[in-house]
Design a protein around this ligand. Structure first.
Ligand code: AHR
Length: 659
C-alpha cells in the first residue's frame, strides 16, 4: 500500500512538472533559475525602425510647415495658390536656373501691378498645426530687382479665416539673401495656412519659403517635432535604423536614397520624389516628396539625442524588386561602394578627413560612433549576393570593425529566404535582417523560432515586424490589442534567444492620420497630436525592462512558449540587481502564475501590466492611453511569487534580488 502511494505521488509530481500546472487549483508554475546565465542581452536589443513613409519625415517628424518650399516638386506650384485681393493685378513665373549640377534650381518670380494685394498661400501638409503663444520662425531667400519697392507681409491664417500671426520682411537688394523673422501665434489651430503678400508694386524673386515652430526637439531651429521625438526617447531605444525600408532602394536606381545629397546646407539638398507617393493605388499621395531637411546628419544627431546606436542602411546597387528591379552592373558598382566607405568616414572619421570635415562643418566634430551598416534593404536573389560580396570585401578591408547588416529578403520563410539564409551563412555574415509581417497567429506559433538557430552562426536582426490584423499592406489593418499581444508573446522568444537575436524593431514607425500609405504603424500623429499604439506600449515595456542577461524561465521542463496560452522570459538587470520576469497571457481568462525563484532571494517588487478584455481595443487620438501600463506592488514570500495574470495581458515583474 505504502509503495503504491509513493509511486502515485511520483506520478502526480511528474504530471505537474510536465504541464506546469497543479490540477484542481489550475496553478501555472514557472521556475526561474537566476544562477544559470543563458545569454547576454545586447544594449541594442530593442530599437526603432524609421522610414519616410506615411509622412514620417516631411509632414511629420521634420517640423517644416511649408510644403514644396522651394518649388521643386514635379508640379512646381503644388501646395501653393496665387492670391489676389479685390482689384489686384499680378503675375507669377516659376524660373529654373538651368544649372544642371545644382540642387534647388527653381525659384518663383512674383510681380504685383497694383497696390491692392497680390501674393501666394501655402496649404502646408494637410494644413499647418499651429499652437497658441508658440513662436514661429519664418525665413525666405529673396532678391528684389532694381527699382522694385515691394516688401513682404507674412500672415498665418487660421481655419476660420482670421489672421493668427504676422510679420514683415523687407528684401534689400538684387542679390539672393536669406531673410528671417519670428512671430507668435495667437490661436491654436490644426489647419492653418500661410500667406505671403507683396506690399506695394513691383517684383520679387523668392525661394525656400519656410516656417518652423520654435518648440522643436531641443529647440533646434529648423528641427524636429518635439512630441514625436519624445515618444521615441521614452522607448529608450537601443538603436535607430534609418532611412528605411524600401525608400533606400527606390523605385528605380535614379530615385534611390543617396545620403550624400542629404547633408550640408538645407537649401543645397536635392529634393526627391518619395517612392510611397504613388506606390499604393488605394492610398495615392501625390504631394509626397523628400526635402531631406531631415538628412543623414540629423539622423545621426537624433540617435545621439535619444541614446540609440545608429544603423544606417544603404542602397546596394539594386532598385526595389517589387518595382523596376533595376541593378547596377558589377563593374559600375564603385560609386555605390564608395558611398558606404564615405559614410563610415562621415560618421566616424577625423575632422581632417574629407567626410569627417563635412560632419565637423555641420557642427559635430566628435564622431558619431557608428558600429553597424546595412547593405540593401529587402533585396533578394543571386544578384543581391553578388553585389553584397563586393560591398563586404571593401568595407571589411578598410573598416573591419564595422558590422554589416544583410538582407534575408521580404519574408521569414520560402525560397527567397532559404536561398539567402544559406548564402549568408556560407559567407559568415555578421548580422542577418529578417522581416515578418504576418497574422497574429504566426507570432504565437513562432515564439520558438530562434530556439533552434545555430548559436555559432550570424546574429539576427528582427528588422521589421508587425502583426497584421487583416493582411500585409491592407488599409484595414488595425493597431489592435490582439496584434500587440501576439507581438509581445513572440518578443519573449526573441529575448530568450538573445545570444542569437541582437536587435529587433517594429515597422513602420510613424503614420500621419491624413497622409498614410501603410498600416499598422507604431505611432500615429496628426498636425498637433501624437500617440503610441498598443504595439508601442508593448515595445516600450520590453525596451525599458531589458535586463542584461537571460536566465531560464521554465514551465515544467520547457521554455514558456505557448503552453496554456502563456509565454515568458526572464532576465537579470545587473546594474540594478533586479530579476525581470515577462509573462504574456494570451487567453481571455485570468490565470494564476506561481514563480519559484531559484538561486536568489527577493522580497518586494513591482508588476507592470498592459491588458484589455477586448482584442479589438486600440489607442486613438481620443483615447491615447486606452491601453497603457498599470503598476502595482508584489510580494515575494520565501522564494515564491504568486500573482494573477489578467486575461489578455502582458506582464513585467521587477524584483530586487540578492544572492
Ligand atoms: O515597413 C514598410 C515596408 O515594408 C518597408 O519599406 C519594407 O522594407 C517592407 O516591405
Amino acid at each position: 500500500m505504502k509503495k503504491r502511494y509513493i509511486s502515485l505521488c511520483i506520478l502526480s509530481l511528474c504530471a505537474v512538472a510536465f504541464t506546469g500546472a497543479v490540477k484542481g487549483q489550475d496553478k501555472n508554475v514557472f521556475t526561474v533559475r537566476t544562477n544559470e546565465v543563458k545569454a547576454t542581452i545586447q544594449p541594442t536589443m530593442w530599437g526603432i525602425f524609421f522610414e519616410d513613409i506615411n509622412l514620417g519625415a516631411d509632414g511629420g517628424l521634420y517640423a517644416e510647415l511649408v510644403k514644396n518650399r522651394s518649388f521643386e516638386f514635379d508640379n512646381a506650384l503644388m501646395g501653393w495658390k496665387e492670391q489676389k485681393k479685390e482689384g489686384a493685378v499680378g503675375s507669377l513665373v516659376v524660373n529654373n536656373l538651368a544649372v544642371f549640377d545644382k540642387a534647388n534650381r527653381r525659384y518663383i518670380h512674383l510681380e504685383s501691378k497694383t497696390e491692392a494685394g497680390y501674393g501666394l498661400s501655402n496649404e502646408g501638409f494637410r494644413g499647418m498645426g499651429i499652437k497658441k503663444d508658440n513662436g514661429y520662425d519664418f525665413s525666405v531667400w529673396a532678391r528684389r530687382p532694381a527699382g522694385s519697392k515691394v516688401t513682404l507681409k507674412v500672415e498665418l491664417v487660421g481655419s476660420q479665416g482670421a489672421v493668427i500671426g504676422e510679420a514683415t520682411v523687407v528684401p534689400e537688394g538684387h542679390d539672393w539673401k536669406k531673410y528671417a523673422v519670428s512671430f507668435k501665434a495667437s490661436v491654436t489651430d490644426p489647419k492653418a495656412h500661410l500667406n505671403v503678400w507683396l506690399n506695394g508694386m513691383g517684383a520679387v524673386d523668392l525661394d525656400m519659403i519656410s516656417l518652423f515652430p520654435q518648440d522643436t526637439w531641443k529647440q533646434r531651429p529648423g528641427g524636429l517635432r518635439a512630441d514625436m521625438v519624445q515618444l521615441l526617447a521614452d522607448m529608450k531605444p537601443g538603436f535607430l535604423r534609418f532611412p528605411g525600408g524600401c525608400i533606400v532602394e527606390g523605385r528605380n536606381i535614379d530615385e534611390r536614397f543617396q545620403w550624400k545629397k542629404t547633408i550640408g546646407k538645407v537649401e543645397d539638398r536635392d529634393l526627391l520624389i518619395n517612392r510611397w507617393n504613388v506606390e499604393f493605388k488605394h492610398r495615392l499621395t501625390p504631394d509626397y516628396y523628400q526635402s531631406f531637411g531631415l538628412g543623414f546628419f540629423e539622423y545621426f544627431q537624433l540617435c545621439e539625442d535619444i541614446g540609440a546606436a545608429p544603423l544606417p542602411i544603404l542602397n546596394c546597387g539594386m532598385a526595389c524588386q517589387f518595382n523596376t528591379g533595376e541593378v547596377v552592373p558589377l563593374d559600375q558598382l564603385d560609386p555605390f561602394v564608395d558611398d558606404a566607405l564615405d559614410l563610415i568616414e562621415f560618421a566616424n572619421g577625423p575632422v581632417n578627413s574629407e567626410w569627417g570635415k563635412k560632419r565637423a562643418e555641420m557642427g559635430h566634430p566628435a564622431p558619431f560612433n557608428m558600429k553597424m551598416l546595412g547593405v540593401g534593404n529587402e533585396n533578394w536573389g543571386p544578384l543581391y549576393i553578388e553585389r553584397l560580396k563586393v560591398f563586404t570585401k571593401a568595407i571589411k578591408a578598410k573598416y573591419p570593425e564595422i558590422e554589416i547588416v544583410n538582407s534575408s529578403g521580404t519574408d521569414p520563410n520560402g525560397d527567397r529566404f532559404d536561398y539567402l539564409n544559406r548564402e549568408l551563412r556560407a559567407m559568415n555574415a555578421d548580422i542577418i535582417d529578417e522581416h515578418y509581417y504576418r497574422a497574429p497567429k504566426w507570432f504565437l506559433d513562432n515564439a520558438k523560432r530562434y530556439d533552434s538557430y545555430n548559436r555559432k552562426g550570424p546574429k539576427i536582426f528582427a528588422g521589421e515586424y508587425a502583426a497584421q490584423s487583416v493582411n500585409i499592406a491592407s488599409p484595414d489593418n488595425k493597431n489592435n490589442w490582439q496584434c500587440a499581444l501576439a507581438e509581445a508573446a513572440f518578443m519573449t522568444g526573441l529575448e530568450r534567444n538573445a545570444d542569437v537575436v541582437v536587435m529587433a524593431s517594429y515597422a513602420p514607425l510613424f503614420a500621419h492620420a491624413e497622409g498614410w500609405q501603410w498600416t499598422p504603424d507604431l505611432i500615429w500623429v496628426d498636425n498637433l497630436r501624437s500617440y503610441g499604439t498598443a504595439n508601442y506600449q508593448v515595445q516600450k515595456l520590453f525596451s525599458v525592462n531589458k535586463g542584461s542577461v537571460v536566465v531560464p524561465m521554465l514551465f515544467g521542463n520547457e521554455a514558456a512558449a505557448g503552453q496554456k496560452g502563456l509565454y515568458g522570459s526572464a532576465s537579470l538587470d545587473k546594474r540594478t540587481n533586479e530579476l525581470i520576469l515577462k509573462v504574456v497571457n494570451t487567453l481571455g481568462k485570468a490565470q494564476d502564475a506561481d514563480f519559484i525563484i531559484e538561486g536568489a532571494k527577493g522580497s518586494r517588487g513591482t508588476l507592470t501590466e498592459l491588458s484589455s478584455n477586448k482584442l479589438d481595443q486600440v489607442n486613438s487620438f481620443e483615447e491615447p492611453l486606452a491601453i497603457a501600463p498599470e503598476q502595482k506592488a508584489v510580494q515575494v514570500k520565501g522564494n515564491k511569487l504568486d500573482i494573477s495574470l489578467k486575461p489578455y495581458s502582458v506582464n513585467v515583474i521587477r524584483i530586487k534580488v540578492s544572492g
